[in-house]
Design a protein around this ligand. Structure first.
Ligand SMILES: [Zn+2]
Length: 111
């Protein structure tokens, strides 16, 4: 799960530095500057924290939390892009349905 470094300019480095000084998670990422790779990640971050931050970043960029593709559909209630792409959105819906299903079938069996 090593992301491709993003090519940055001297200007980008300045904003990166600002983010770092502000302790903003926006600075986290992989960067390529003049042939140097700069990797910014949180030290001693737990796996859960890392996953949460990763999902948060994807969500902010309007990308599917599960696979990282651009989310096209937006939630009509909030106007925000959905958490998942079409595929994973449907998958999540199915999962929710299948979680409800066993209780429903149990109730039917009782009859
Ligand atoms: Zn997806």
């Amino acid at each position: 799960m090593t992301p491709k470094p993003v090519k940055v300019t001297a200007n980008d480095l300045t904003s990166l530095e600002k983010n770092l000084k502000n302790k903003s998670d926006d600075s986290i990422g992989n960067y390529l500057f003049n042939g140097y790779r700069i990797q910014v990640s949180k030290y001693n971050q737990s796996a859960t924290e890392r996953i949460r931050a990763f999902a948060k970043r994807r969500r902010e960029q309007g990308l599917c939390v599960a696979c990282g593709t651009k989310v096209k559909r937006t939630n009509p209630k909030t106007g925000q892009p959905y958490k998942y792409c079409d595929f994973h959105h449907d998958l999540a819906l199915q999962k929710r349905k299948s979680l409800k299903a066993p209780a429903a079938t149990k109730a039917k069996k009782k009859k």
